[in-house]
Design a protein around this ligand. Structure first.
Ligand code: SAH
Length: 447
């Protein structure tokens, strides 16, 4: 196969990254935005040793999963991978993908519970928009840092569209300079927005390559007029590093107190701009409820590892005897401690440390949790940590909340060698239209 050649291909599968997959003369061909059952003419874009990448030239026979696309930027934007198939088929696809991964990497042949879903539209409460030299905000194209202008993303709350429009206009009229990734020059890097789903409070954060934002008063005035009391805080994030990482740790408050306040499963939650918070509030509540069901925390000492602002652990405070949360980001730990206080929760404490180090310290103090909940980032848990959990704490139950089925499956396999058996697991679609999927798994001690 050569670049630019056109081949006829049937799509038989979808990769974990959401690309359609077909086979041509024993070669695997990846075709983004295709669907299982499509027969396509595909233009070859890139030939690698083991696989080929192509794009749709013509749809000969469409898959029965296809629906009409509702977003003008879908074909250019790196955000969504599924807007061309029905939400039902997307959800099924994710459920199957989690099951396959648990079987292949976790070596457990067990059906998951049916995937839990909610509305696939406007489910996010957070956006980070890069901005181009024409003062257009948007999202990056796939595998690139080219900005695809998009003010109104269908995954975001409607207010964000109003804010991005106002922000673009303000940048233009005040003649702001926009950051250029190559030269490292220019001031405005990103517009970062957060909305509290229950209270409707909004945080506006402008990420800048400098120490101050000229004419910020007029921006704040405009935002106040636009959002009224829902505008809770405006902050700057000072990021002068030449890096792809969006946020630095340096925050300057321009308006309000620097926080927004939400509610999750009846618990008031304060959030700093740097604290992790699930982007899909409705689904996070369902996910945490399932985590509680799996944990059976009644009168137990619960260890909530990778706890962020304390969300999961604090939601168990009425049932659990004691909650110990562990989190590595100091601002998130401060939020967690504050959240315990404003909710009059007296049976929770938090440790700011790496999860494995905190576990070691607890072991040395001979503090043994009865239940362990882990909710690590994509890379999963370290083997050190799993070792201490399984061998030293040896709780009856381990509840594993995961945003990456592959590392979940790897850790399920490791835990199975340390005496824990996967009892059941449930996928949750926290991120409709993207390739991501969340899973919560219950592991119990082999008897
Ligand atoms: N359970 C929380 C947060 C989950 S996200 C919630 O549901 O909201 C994962 C969290 O792990 C993030 O807050 C991240 O800062 C934290 N983290 C990442 N690496 C860590 C480590 N090595 N030790 C402890 N926490 C870590």
């Amino acid at each position: 196969m050569k670049k630019n050649e056109i081949i006829r291909l049937e799509i038989t599968d979808i990769s974990n990254l959401g690309s359609g997959v077909g086979r041509y003369n024993d070669m695997v061909v990846f075709v983004p935005q295709s669907a299982v059952g499509d027969v396509l003419d595909v233009r070859i874009l890139k030939v690698k040793k083991n696989c080929v990448y192509g794009k749709i030239e013509n749809i000969i026979t469409p898959s029965k999963d296809r629906v009409s696309v509702d977003c003008g930027t879908f074909f250019k934007c790196g955000g969504c991978v599924y807007r061309h198939i029905s939400y039902e088929s997307e959800a099924k696809l994710k459920e199957n993908a989690v099951a396959q991964t648990v079987k292949r990497i976790g070596k457990v042949d067990m059906k998951p519970n049916p995937i839990v879903v909610d509305s696939p539209l406007r489910y996010r409460n957070k956006a980070q928009y890069p901005i181009n030299q024409n003062y257009e905000v948007g999202f990056f194209a796939p595998h690139s840092h080219r900005i695809v202008p998009c003010k109104d993303c269908l995954l975001q709350p409607e207010e964000f569209y109003k804010i991005t429009t106002l922000f673009e206009e303000w940048c233009k009229t005040t003649n702001q300079t926009v950051y250029n990734e190559e030269s490292g020059k220019g001031l405005i890097r990103h517009l970062y927005l957060r909305k509290a789903t229950v209270t409707n409070q909004i945080m506006v954060c402008i990420v800048i390559n400098g120490s101050a934002l000229p004419q910020s008063e007029t921006l704040i005035e405009g935002l106040k007029n636009l959002l009224g009391d829902n505008l809770k805080t405006v902050v700057l994030n000072i990021n002068t590093e030449k890096t792809n990482v969006i946020l630095s740790t340096k925050i300057t408050v321009l308006y309000g107190d620097g926080y927004i306040y939400d509610e999750l499963r009846g618990v008031k939650i304060r959030l700093s701009p740097l604290s992790f918070y699930q982007v899909n509030h409705t689904m996070a509540e369902k996910l945490y409820k399932k985590a509680e069901e799996y944990a059976e925390p009644e009168n137990k000492r619960v260890l909530d590892l990778y706890c962020g602002a304390g969300t999961i652990g604090l939601s168990l405070h009425k049932k659990a005897k004691e909650i110990i949360g562990v989190e590595i980001i100091p601002e998130a730990v401060k939020d967690a401690e504050y959240n315990a206080k404003i909710n009059n929760i007296n049976n929770a404490r938090f440790i700011c440390a790496d999860a494995a180090n905190a576990a070691k310290a607890l072991k040395e103090e001979e503090i043994k949790p009865d239940v362990v909940i882990v909710d690590p980032p994509r890379k999963g848990c370290s083997e050190d940590l799993l070792e201490i959990i399984a061998n030293d704490f040896s709780p009856e139950r381990i509840v594993y909340v995961s945003c990456d089925p592959a590392t979940l499956a790897r850790d399920v396999n490791l835990l199975s060698q340390k005496g824990y058996e996967l009892k059941e697991y449930t996928p949750f679609d926290l991120f409709p239209s993207t390739s991501h999927v969340e899973t919560v798994a219950l592991l119990v001690q082999d008897k």
